[in-house]
Design a protein around this ligand. Structure first.
Ligand code: GLN
Length: 460
C-alpha cells in the first residue's frame, strides 16, 4: 500500500479507523514533493508548515470525535490564478508577482471548510493563456510521463502535480480546455462542470462567460468526492453516491466532425475502441453530426480577447508600478481584443462571432433530443515535447475539441482511455447543461469497465 495512490474514500476510511493519521498522509505528500518537485516543477508556491498544522487540526477533530468535513485530511493544490490568503495570486505573471489578497476564493473556502489540506499553488500559463505552461513567468512544468514533454496548460502545473503524486487532487480553471487538455496529456480525469456550477469568484478571469473552475483527479470516484464539496448547486443525490447507481440505457452520440483529418489516426482508433466498452455496459452508440464544430475554436479565439479587455484594465491597476512584463501572449491578445472591439473589427468579426456562438448553442441543444451524451477525443495527439514545440496556431489547436463545451456552458470530462508511445490518450464525454451527475455516472461506468491501469508511482 502506498498512501500517495490511495483513493480519497480509502484514505478517509483509514483515518477513521486510526490506521493512518491526517498528519501521516500530509507528511507522505510533503516527502513526495521533496523527492520529485525539482524534476516536475508543478508548484510555484508551497505552504507546507501550514498544511501540517491543518492536518494536525483534522487529527484533533478525529480524536475528539468532532464533526468532520467531507474532504477531511485530503491534500490538495490550487492554480496560481485563484485567490488564497496565504500565498500570492500571481497567475504566473511577473507584473502580479506580489499580488496578495485578503480572502480565499469561495471555492477554496468551501474546500478548506470541508477540512481539505492546502499544500500550495500550481504553475500555469500566464493569466491562463496557453496550452503548455511555457508562458509562465517562472518555469515550464514537466509531464511526469516523460519529463521532456509538456503537461499541457494552462492548468498544467496542477495536472503535473497530481500525476506526480505531489497532491491528491488539484483545482484548475478551464476557459477553452485548460483543465481537460492537461488531464488528457497527463493521464488524469479533468472535469469542467456546467458553467456556473462552481463560483468563478476569486479566480483571475480570462473570459468571464467562458471561465469555469474544476478539479483534476486520478479517478472519477475522486472527482465525484471533490465536486460534492466544490459545486454550489447540490444535486438531489451526492455525486459520489450517484456514480455507483446502475446506468440507465443512455444513448451516446459520436460526432463525426470531431474525427477529422487533423486527428492523429492512432488517437482516433483508441477513442473508437471506447465505443465497444460503452456498448458492453449497455449503452446505445450512434454517429451524429455537429456541422458547426469547425467554427468552435475560431469563435473562441474571436470572443475571448474582447472579454479580456476590461479585465486587462483591472489587472493594470492591480499591478501598479510593479516591474515586469505582461508577456507576448498577453499583449497579443490585448491587441487582438482591441481590434475586434473597434468599429471595423466589431462589425466584421466580433458580432458575427457572437451570432455564431448562439448558432452553436442551438445546434448542440438540438442534439440532446437525439442522444444523452457525446463522445469525442480530448486532444488531437498525445503531449508534445518542449523540443518540438508546435507553432502558436498549432498549439491553439490542442484545444480544438474542447472549446465547444465552454462556448455552450455544458459539462465535459476528459479521462484516459489508452496509451500511445507510452503516453496517455484522453477522451471526452459531454452532456446537456446541468447533467453533471449523469456525466460522472457515465464516466465512472466507463472507467470501471475499461479497467485501464495507471501506476502513477512508476512514472517517476
Ligand atoms: N489554451 C487556451 C487559450 O490559450 C485555453 C485557455 C484556458 O482554458 N484557460 O486560450
Amino acid at each position: 500500500m502506498n498512501i500517495l495512490t490511495l483513493p480519497i474514500a480509502v484514505l478517509q476510511e483509514k483515518m477513521l479507523r486510526r490506521e493512518l493519521s491526517a498528519t501521516e498522509i500530509c507528511q507522505a505528500f510533503i516527502a513526495r514533493i521533496e523527492e520529485v518537485e525539482n524534476r516536475v516543477q508543478a508548484y510555484v508556491y508551497l505552504d507546507l508548515e501550514h498544511a501540517l498544522a491543518q492536518a494536525k487540526q483534522v487529527d484533533k477533530k478525529i480524536a475528539k470525535k468532532m464533526p468532520l468535513g467531507a474532504l477531511f485530511g485530503i491534500p490538495m493544490a490550487v492554480k496560481a490564478a485563484m485567490n488564497t490568503q496565504r500565498m500570492p495570486t500571481s497567475a504566473c505573471c511577473s507584473r502580479l508577482i506580489h499580488h496578495h489578497v485578503t480572502d480565499n476564493a469561495p471555492v477554496i473556502q468551501r474546500l478548506l471548510a470541508a477540512d481539505a489540506i492546502l499544500l500550495g499553488k500550481n504553475n500555469m500559463d500566464q493569466l491562463s493563456m496557453g496550452s503548455s505552461t511555457i508562458t509562465s513567468c517562472f518555469y515550464p512544468s514537466k509531464n511526469p510521463w516523460d519529463l521532456s514533454k509538456t503537461p499541457g496548460g494552462s492548468s498544467g502545473g496542477g495536472a503535473a502535480g497530481v500525476a506526480a503524486l505531489e497532491s491528491c487532487f488539484a483545482l484548475g480553471s478551464d476557459t477553452g480546455g485548460s483543465i481537460r487538455q492537461p488531464a488528457s496529456y497527463c493521464g488524469l480525469v479533468g472535469c469542467k462542470p456546467s458553467f456556473g456550477n462552481i463560483a468563478a469568484e476569486g479566480l483571475l478571469a480570462l473570459a468571464p462567460t467562458f471561465d469555469q473552475i474544476g478539479p483534476l483527479t486520478k479517478t472519477v470516484a475522486d472527482m465525484a468526492c471533490v465536486l460534492d464539496v466544490a459545486v454550489e448547486q447540490k444535486p438531489n443525490i451526492a455525486y459520489s453516491k450517484k456514480i455507483t447507481e446502475a446506468l440507465p440505457h443512455f444513448t451516446v452520440g459520436v460526432p463525426k466532425e470531431y474525427f477529422h483529418a487533423g486527428l492523429r489516426a492512432e488517437v482516433k482508433s483508441c477513442v473508437l475502441q471506447a465505443v465497444a466498452v460503452l456498448e458492453k455496459i449497455g449503452l446505445r452508440v450512434q454517429e451524429v453530426s455537429l456541422p458547426l464544430t469547425q467554427y468552435c475554436l475560431p469563435d473562441y479565439c474571436l470572443l475571448t480577447p474582447v472579454e479580456f479587455l476590461p479585465i486587462f484594465d483591472q489587472l493594470q491597476e492591480m499591478a501598479g508600478d510593479e516591474n515586469g512584463d505582461w508577456g507576448l501572449e498577453v499583449k497579443t491578445r490585448v491587441l487582438t481584443g482591441a481590434f475586434l472591439a473597434s468599429e471595423k473589427g466589431r462589425e466584421k468579426y466580433y458580432l458575427p462571432a457572437v451570432k455564431m456562438r448562439e448558432a452553436i448553442k442551438k445546434e448542440v441543444a438540438l442534439m440532446w433530443q437525439k442522444v444523452d451524451f457525446l463522445l469525442t477525443p480530448s486532444t488531437l495527439d498525445v503531449a508534445f515535447s518542449y523540443e518540438q514545440m508546435p507553432s502558436g496556431v498549432q498549439m491553439r489547436k490542442s484545444d480544438e475539441l474542447l472549446a465547444m463545451a465552454n462556448l455552450t456552458g455544458i459539462p465535459a470530462i476528459s479521462l484516459p482511455c489508452a496509451f500511445l508511445d507510452n503516453m496517455p490518450v484522453g477522451m471526452q464525454f459531454m452532456a446537456a447543461y446541468g447533467k453533471d451527475d449523469c456525466l460522472l455516472q457515465l464516466a465512472y461506468a466507463f472507467e470501471q469497465e475499461s479497467a485501464l491501469k495507471i501506476d502513477y508511482l512508476d512514472l517517476l
